[in-house]
Design a protein around this ligand. Sequence first.
Ligand SMILES: [Zn+2]
Length: 476
Amino acid sequence: MITDLVRNEVRSYRQMPLNLYQIQTKFRDEIRPRFGVMRGREFGMKDAYSFDADEAGAEAAYQKMFDAYTRIFERCGLSFRAVEAVTGTIGGKFSHEFMVLADTGEEQIAVCEKCGYAANLEKAGLGERAAAKSKEPEAPLTKVPTPGQKTVEEVCAFLKVAPALLVKTLIFDSSKGPVAALVRGDRELNPNKLEQAADADWIAMAGPELIEKVTGGPLGFSGPVGLPIPVFTDREVAAMKNFVTGANEPDAHYIGTNPGRDFDPGRVTDLRVAAAGDPCPRCEGVLQFTRGIEVGHVFKLGTKYSKAMRATYLDAEGKEQLIVMGCYGIGTGRTVAAAIEQNHDQNGISWPVPLAPFPVYLLPINLSDEKNRAAAEKLYADLQTAGLEALYDDRVERPGVKFKDADLLGIPLRIVVGEKTLAKDSVEFKLRRETEPRLVKLEQAVAQALNLIFGSLLPKCRGAVRRGDRPVAPTR
Ligand SMILES: [Zn+2]
C-alpha cells in the first residue's frame, strides 16, 4: 500500500530520501493466538518504510533505523539483542530482529559470548572449523539388507550403530530441479541454508514419487552413491568416514561409505541447524542458546517491491530508475508485554522506569487520620509539581490489600505515608525491585524520589532521559 502511495507521488530523485511511518492497530489471522497478549489477532504496531534513490542511500537509511531501534529499546530499559534474521516471506536482502531476552520467549537465539555474534535459529551460521578427519582406515563399501528399516532410529537400531555414524540423504525439489542434501543422522538440515547453497528461489521436500523417480529407490532408502542429481554436503559429513547411507533400492543400505571414493560430495558447505557448543561463524568462540521475544524487525528490501510495482523516479540525468526500499516495524503493545515477561516476580510486574505507567505509587496508611491524610496529599502535590506523577491509592482498604496491589502493578517506587513514620517526620521508600524499605525525611522525599527516578533507576544508555529532561511518565 505504501509503495503504491509513493509511486504515485514521487517523480524525482529530489523527493528522496523519504521515510513514511504509521502507528496503528493491525489484525492478523493467527491460527493459534497464545501467550496472553503476546500473540493476539489484534495488536498495535509502528511500521515505517524508507525510499531512496540508490543502494548507498538505502543502506544509510537502514543503518539509521537500526541505530534508532537500538536506542529505543535501550531507553525502554530492556535487555535485548539485535540478531541477524532470515528475510522470510517479506523477502529482500537482509534483516535484523530485535529480541527481548526472556525465558518464556518463542524464538531461539544463538549467541557467541566472545564476539557478540547473534542470530536466530533459522539464520545461525557455523564456523568452518571442521571436525578432525577420522584416522581409521577406509572400509570397503558393502551393501547390507535392512528390510523395512526406514527412519534413522530404525536403521541405527537394526545395524547397531550410533546416529552420528549415519548420513541422512534428503531429497528436495527446487526452482532449479531436484537436489540432495547430506547431513549427519543426529543433525537437522536447515532448509534456508540449502536454499541459499543451491541458489534457488524456493525449495520443498520431495514427495515419495519424486524420490522414487530421481533415486530409483523408495522413501527412506536414499543415499548419495550413484545419485544423478546435484549433491550438497554438510561440512561435518565431508570429514566423516565409513558411514551408513541408503542404497537407493528397497530394503538395503550401504555401510563403509566414504565421500570422494564412493560418491562426489558436490558442494561442501554449512547446511545444518546450529546446536549449543557449535563453532561461532565469526570467531573462535562457541554458540550458546537463549530465548527471546521479537519486538522489532528491520528489513533491507532493495528493489523487490518497486520492481514488481514499477515504483520509479527520474534521476539527475532524467533517466528512469527503481526506488530502493527498506521496511521497519516495532510491536508497540508487544514491547510492553515483553517488558513484563522480562521484569516480574511472583508478586507481579516490576516495570522498568521508562515504561512504568506512573513512576511513584503513593500509599497513605490511614486516610481517616487527619495528619496522615494531610501529609500524603501535600506530598502528592509536591511530587506533581516536581514533575513526578504519582498513583495515589486513596481507596478505603486495609494496608495489606494496598501493599499487595502496589506489588502487582509494579510501579518502580512505593512511598508509604503512615502515623508511625510521620512521628519521626519521615516516610517509607521501597523500590519494587528491592525487598527492604528505607526511611526518608519528609522534607527530602521529593528530592530523593527525583534522584531515584531520573538517576539510579534509569537505564544506562546512549541518549537516556536525564534529570532535568521532561518527566518520563506519559502525559494524559
Ligand atoms: Zn564469536
